[in-house]
Structures are given as structure tokens and as C-alpha cells.
Design a protein around this ligand. Sequence first.
Ligand SMILES: *[C@@H]1O[C@H](CO)[C@@H](O)[C@H](O)[C@H]1NC(C)=O
Ligand SMILES: *[C@@H]1O[C@H](CO)[C@@H](O)[C@H](O)[C@H]1NC(C)=O
Length: 370
Amino acid sequence: MRAFNAILTVIILQICQNSLCANPIQGLFDPKCFVAQSECPNENVTFWLYTNATANTPVQLNPLSLQKSDFPVRRPVKILIHGYTGHRDFAPNTFIRPVLLQHEDVYVISPDYGPLVREPCYTSAVQNLPLAARCLAQLINNLVDQGIVQNEDLHVIGFSLGAQVAGQTANYVTRKLQRITGLDPAKPLFITAGNERKLSKDDADFVDVIHTDVLGRGMMHPMGHVDFYPNFGYIQPGCEVEAEPGSCNHERAPRFYAESINPKQEFWSSRCTNWLYFVLNICGVQSNDARMGYHIDESLTGIYFLKTSNSTPFALGRMKDKLPEQQPNWRANYNLDMLNEEACDQLLMCRFLRYGAEYGMDVDVPPDFS
Ligand SMILES: *[C@@H]1O[C@H](CO)[C@@H](O)[C@H](O)[C@H]1NC(C)=O
Ligand SMILES: *[C@@H]1O[C@H](CO)[C@@H](O)[C@H](O)[C@H]1NC(C)=O
């Protein structure tokens, strides 16, 4: 048993090294780190409007002086929120914005709160999120109140910390948001956070979430009406060889989402009622139950699993006859009777998922569906 724990610790340390492993203490006493003043509009939270015609010359929006002429015709409005260390030309913007503008007549608004989330200030970044959320809500409220944008045309898409900003924005908007997409919502300092601090299905009429780095930077718990776990949500094919597998896994979420905007790229997935059942191979991945991504069916609920390829195009289309039949070794020989505690102890991944949190790492336990 002790040897087993030692192995587990080594694995966890390795994961920490490879991913950001956001050390909340880091940066705590760094004079660069600050918790921003709370007024909106705020010089450190700006908003940039892109259309196909202004893809390289965005218009900065002043939340207190919005112009109808910037939104001359009615179109969907996509709001793309970056995360830690980001800015308006950072994931998910870099992946998703060009594809959106290319494929559809939309307005894209990229908030930029980069000064509030600079490295190495993760803790103060998290403390600054409510300000970013409040300023974004001010923009949204003013746009809708002044009849410049219709509330039902809004779709908020956030990556990592940006997904938590999306969730917090719901605390301040005067009308419920119609749709939020969370792309690998950030985990450090959010596992035990209440729903007012993290993305949840209360935050919009429809919340869809893609989890791609559940053992590193992203949340494992389901958070939306529907949650997708490509490649089990933890090791993304093609990321094994990267210098920073953690960041590679994490960024797969916006990459998959960007690809899904093209209707020809179909990410079909299978439903499973329980994460652990899936890990233990009780649910197959052969059925074409739901399509992940931009063209999702907004009546979906539940958790879904799928495979992807290791490079673009990532989508494997419909799953029939396409899936490689080989299973990861640790899944090969387990089935229903492995669900008891003792059996779980023998299965590294099961134990890891269940008890990882005990080891002081930000691994949350698998969701318990009953
Ligand atoms: C904006 O950020 C800078 C650091 O980049 C900080 O010095 C300043 O106080 C911030 N302004 C507000 C209004 O919070
Ligand atoms: C946007 O502009 C590009 C290049 O000018 C063009 O190929 C594309 O069709 C346009 N997209 C839309 C939705 O108008």
C-alpha cells in the first residue's frame, strides 16, 4: 500500500510539474500582484468589438457611451472571455474568433482584463474576477437596456478562468443569459467555491461545458446542463509529446470548440450516467448520442464522452466503425464488479480520481450521481 501511495505521489508531482499546478501561495507577496479597485467601467477591463470587416481593427466599446451604429444589423453576439495570463488576443480568442467571423455573420466581443490576471498572481487574479464579471455585466446590461443588442442573441464563451468569469457575470446581469459555454473551467481555488463564484447551470438557460484537463487545470465536476469529457477529460491525444502537456490538454477545449463551428466537423459523443462507470468501462463510447460544440442541441442534459484524433481535424464524426477498439490497459480488465471500494483501491485511475484530493493536490473526486 505504501509503495502504491509513493507511485501515486510521483505521478501527482509529475502532473504538477507539467501543468501550471497553480500554486495559490505563489505571487501572494509579490508587489506586482494587486486586487483591483472596484469601479466599472475600469481601465483594466476593456471591451473590443470585431466583425468580419474589422477582424484586424476592432472597435473599443465604452460601456457608458454605446453606439447603435457599431451594431447596425441584428446578429448573434458572441462574447469570448480569456483566462489567466490572457488578453483579447489569447485563447480562446485566437482559436475561436477567426473561425466564427469566417463562418457566420456575428459580432464578437472580446473582453480584455489582462492586467488583472498577470503571472504570477493567480490568487489575486481569482480575487479580481468579480470585477471583470461586474464590468462585463455592465456592458451587457447597457447594450440590452438601450435596445442595441437583444438578450437572446447573446452567447458567452469563457475559457479557464474566463469560464468562471462567465459564471460570475450571471450574478450581475439584469436578465438571465441565454447561453454560456465553459471551456475547461479553471479548477485551482474553485473546487470548494459556491455556485456564485463558479460556473453552474443556474447561470444561463443553457450551459454547456467541455472538460479537457481534469487532473490539471480544469474542473472535473460536471457544471452545466451538459458536460463533455473528450478522451476521458484528462490526457488529450497529441499532448503527450508537448513540452507542457498541462497547457496542451487545457487548450484543447477551445481548439475543439473552434473546430466544431465548421458544421462538417462532427464531435459525436456517448452518454454515460456516471463518470466512474465510464472509467470502469461500463458505458461504451459507440453510440452517437450528442454532438459536442457549437452546433449543440440545447435540450441536452447529462454527461457525455468521446474520442478525438491527436491533431486537427480532431473530430472523428459519427462513431460507428470508427473507434479504435483498443482500451487503455488500466481499463481493459475491469467491469461492473470493480465498483466496490476494495476494487477501486487496486485500480490506479479509480483511486486517483477518488482520493487524489487527499494528497493536497487540486484533484476533485468524481461526481457522485445517484
Ligand atoms: C490597473 O492596473 C494597474 C496595474 O497594471 C494598477 O496599477 C491600477 O491600479 C489598476 N487600476 C484600477 C482602476 O484598478
Ligand atoms: C469574411 O471575410 C472573408 C474574407 O474576406 C470571407 O471569405 C468570408 O466569407 C467572410 N465571412 C462572412 C460570414 O461574411
